[in-house]
Ligand binder design. Structure first.
Ligand code: NAI
Ligand code: MG
Length: 338
């Protein structure tokens, strides 16, 4: 397996170096091994060379790698995040990673959230009408194509079935946003009709958030659009006990190419202090291994992580007294013992 590793900025680099230690250990037990090549894309390169996503890199990634493992972008010297948007949006759109998957482990269950990752309100269609320098009318269009919603829905529903889920909820707002909402409902109903055994429900996003916070175990799988998914998955991160724990996978449904990244940002407030929790980044490795069918080693790593997070070696954000490297040592120690 060939992984392009993009540590990025701030604690992105710290949590990815933890992930590289674990991958080096696991490589021995994976057929053909795991090759990790590190790319230095991020704030320093942007400031020194004005380069975000280097030209030609999409072709290299497509042809020479199976997946990307990414830390985070964000640097106080670049307040508008221009470099992060250039790289992240470039990768999501350029590699057509329309499915964003975030697992949400809960007490008494778990939830799988799928967010459409390339269209909707984030397509960048719109404009601002100014009088002088003052904005008077501002427009951001929400655009969905049937093709993208279908590809997204087919992948997500099949993935939920693979995970043994019985129920899936479409989160929408078709009472107030009828055009794209109606397209989503139509595709959801048609695709569900082709997959017996999966029970579907539809909820308005506002009511859904209310219920999600009060009783998240009501839900098993959630499929939703870009904006709603952005918000819902951060509620998910809060429910699971913190940003440092959350992992995500962005997938191209046709090629299976995946970009795996923790949900948190570059956390400049704790960068360099050793307080960064690498759990989310290590969960990305679990998702990556599962995505490529390496269930056994993924489960071993997952259980090592779950055990280690309950010890004093855990980082302060989850109640421990450890550091990034102490927690990683604890995980490696438990992996070695299995
Ligand atoms: P953030 O996720 O970096 O940090 C939010 C809070 O959570 C901070 O107090 C931080 O210390 C804490 N935190 C985050 N991850 C943690 C971890 N692994 N262990 C322990 N504590 C952790 O979000 P924030 O502060 O809003 O943004 C910082 C920078 O990151 C900004 O430049 C922002 O644009 C960028 N960002 C980048 C993302 C990405 O690359 N995908 C996602 C979110 C933010
Ligand atoms: Mg977000």
């Amino acid at each position: 397996m060939r992984i392009a590793v993009i540590p990025g900025d701030g604690i992105g680099q710290e949590v990815i170096s933890a992930a590289l230690r674990v991958l080096a250990r696991i490589g021995d037990v994976v057929d053909g091994g795991i090759r990790c090549d590190v790319f230095d894309w991020g704030a320093d390169k942007w400031l020194a060379e004005s380069v975000g996503l280097p030209e030609g890199s999409l072709e290299v990634l497509r042809h020479e790698y199976d997946a990307i493992l990414l830390g985070a972008f964000g640097d106080p010297r670049i307040p508008d995040m221009a470099h992060g948007r250039d790289i992240l949006l470039g990768l999501r759109r350029g590699l057509d990673l329309c499915v964003n998957y975030r697992p949400v482990p809960l007490q008494g269950g778990s939830l799988d959230v799928y967010r459409e990752n390339t269209q909707g309100l984030y397509v960048g269609v719109g404009g601002t009408v100014c009088v002088g320098n003052t904005a008077q009318v501002a427009i951001d269009e929400c655009v969905y194509t049937r093709d993208t919603v279908e590809r997204f829905m087919q992948y997500c529903l099949a993935d939920l079935r693979r995970r043994g889920r019985a129920r899936v909820t479409l989160v929408h707002k078709s009472n107030a946003v009828p055009n794209t909402g109606g397209l989503w409902q139509d595709v959801f109903r048609r695709e569900l009709g082709r997959l017996p055994g999966l029970e579907g429900t539809e909820e308005y996003v506002d009511a859904f958030c209310y219920h999600l916070i009060r009783d998240p175990t009501r839900y098993e799988g959630v499929v939703t659009s870009n904006l709603f998914g952005d918000i819902v998955s951060d509620i998910g991160a809060a429910l699971m006990g913190g940003l440092g724990l959350a992992a995500s996978a962005s997938i191209n449904p046709e090629t299976g190419f995946g970009l795996f990244e923790p949900v948190h940002g570059s956390a400049p407030d704790i960068a360099g202090t050793g307080a960064a929790n690498p759990y989310g980044a290590l969960m990305c490795v679990v998702l990556l291994l599962r995505h490529f069918g390496l269930e056994t080693v993924a489960n071993t790593l997952h259980s090592s992580l779950s055990e280690a997070v309950g010890t004093r070696a855990a980082t302060p954000d989850v109640g421990g007294t450890g550091t990034t490297s102490a927690f990683t040592d604890e995980v490696l120690c438990r992996l070695n013992a299995k």
